[in-house]
Ligand binder design. Structure first.
Ligand SMILES: O=C(CO)[C@H](O)[C@H](O)COP(=O)(O)O
Length: 219
């Protein structure tokens, strides 16, 4: 199976975590696109979705799934999203699609984060994938210096403006051995909107697609 087929496989598997009549939290990315399509095809009638991006909103609406504002809900049972990397504790790097800020906001509303990913995303230590950080543009130079002190090289993602009007730094060369401490530290640097380490809002479940089918990891 190629990577696209694995994404479709886990997208379909994630529908089992959605209950009819529920409001579901929906992430962003090509794997989530597969989930949205599978949900629409499944006949599981949800009451609506809280979406983490304009991209997912458009796809949900195209399928006739109602999109609610995050302010319209007090909580969500489940949030389904992909990841750029996930480790053996359910800690993730996210933001390859530049949607990390809204993803973290919607994930924070949910009782359970179900990560859907192909097996290439499972890593021992986070940091090989360039770490996305949404920032206020004015802080770019200072934040680049701060990451350099941690051994990272930050590059501005050219031509990208997020749904919130922010910019993205992609940081290479990091080895994130303590994701909770790293997230807490970087999150309080002035000019950081959201760091793409999801440790406080980690996954509780990962549906990992590989040659043998879908493996369910519980954290
Ligand atoms: O964090 C994300 C978007 O901001 C995505 O979940 C992540 O980039 C994975 O994307 P894909 O499913 O396309 O591989």
């Amino acid at each position: 199976m190629n990577q696209d087929q694995l994404k479709q496989l886990v997208g379909r598997a994630a529908v089992d975590y959605v209950t009819p009549g529920q409001i579901v939290g929906v992430g962003t990315g090509s794997t989530v696109d597969c989930f949205i399509d599978a949900l629409a095809a499944s006949g599981v009638a949800v009451a609506g979705a809280v979406s983490s991006s304009e991209r997912s909103t458009q796809r949900l609406q195209k399928h006739g799934i109602k999109v609610l504002d995050s302010a319209d809900v007090t909580g969500l049972t489940v949030y389904i999203d992909g990841a750029d990397e996930i480790d053996g504790n359910g800690f993730m790097v996210k933001g390859g699609g530049a949607a990390l800020t809204r993803e973290k906001i919607v994930a924070d509303l949910a009782e359970k984060f179900v990560c859907i990913a192909d097996a290439s995303k499972l890593v021992q230590t986070l940091g090989k994938f360039p770490l996305p950080v949404e920032i206020i543009p004015m802080a770019a130079a200072q934040l680049t210096r701060r990451f350099a002190k941690l051994g990272g090289e930050a590059r501005l993602r050219a031509g990208v403006v997020t749904d919130n009007g922010g910019h993205i730094l992609d940081v290479t060369g990091l080895s994130i051995t303590d994701p909770l401490a790293f997230e807490a530290e970087v999150s309080q640097w002035p000019g950081v909107v959201t760091v793409g380490v999801f440790a406080r809002n980690k996954a509780q479940v990962c549906l990992l697609g590989g040659a043998d089918g879908v493996k369910t990891l519980i954290f």
